[in-house]
Write a protein that binds this ligand. Structure first.
Ligand SMILES: Nc1ccn([C@@H]2O[C@H](COP(=O)(O)O)[C@@H](O)[C@H]2O)c(=O)n1
Ligand SMILES: C[C@@]1(CO)OP(=O)(O)OP(=O)(O)OC[C@H]1O
Length: 158
């Protein structure tokens, strides 16, 4: 049995917040605003897994009205989402993601992100692909007002 899911997330870029993407704290003049650490990439991957499982989205599992998730480490949330897949007998086929950001430059941090994501999903790093693109200075990402991420995940049950 195979199941596919997709996820999409956006967070605003503001001063005075860390820029944590894919579990990596990227040096940058601004960071992502959210109830949690606002890790836009891990949120998109979490939503893709929940989508594949037919279990809704991260807002349903970890409401942003719940103080328990204030400043939450999104890697821990991803691990909790992955536990739901494991409980149901799934392994990761592969996960492919795109970060949509004018700046900062993601490329130097992508190998570290892939290692972190592979660790959370109990997968080999070869099963994880992370890409980045600008939007050629167009739209809210192009103006540097926010960062978006989208992910597709394939789950496999023997
Ligand atoms: N925030 C970003 C955006 C892009 N990259 C890398 O640059 C390449 C070219 O981007 P375009 O938007 O001009 O296609 C892209 O393929 C990424 O490798 C990046 O590292 N960080
Ligand atoms: C992760 C959660 C919970 O802390 O909050 P945010 O960091 O605001 O992220 P979002 O992608 O808007 O939705 C999921 C939330 O419920």
């Amino acid at each position: 049995m195979i199941r596919v899911g997709q996820g999409f997330d956006v967070h605003q870029l503001v001063e005075g917040r860390p820029c944590i993407i894919g579990g990596v704290n990227i040096p940058y003049e601004k960071g992502l605003l959210g109830h949690s650490d606002a890790d836009v990439l891990l949120h998109a991957i979490s939503d893709a897994i929940l989508g594949a499982l037919g279990l809704g989205d991260i807002g349903k599992h970890f409401p942003d009205t719940d103080a328990a998730f204030k400043d939450a480490d999104s890697l821990k949330l991803l691990e909790r989402v992955w536990a739901l897949a494991k409980e149901r007998g799934y392994k990761l086929g592969n996960a492919d993601s795109t970060i949509i950001a004018q700046r900062p430059k993601m490329l130097p941090y992508i190998p570290q992100m892939a290692e972190i994501i592979a660790g959370a999903l109990e997968a080999d790093v070869s099963q994880i692909n992370v890409k980045a693109t600008t939007t050629e200075q167009l739209g809210f990402t192009g103006r540097g007002e926010g960062i978006a991420a989208q992910s597709v995940v394939l789950l496999v049950k023997a």
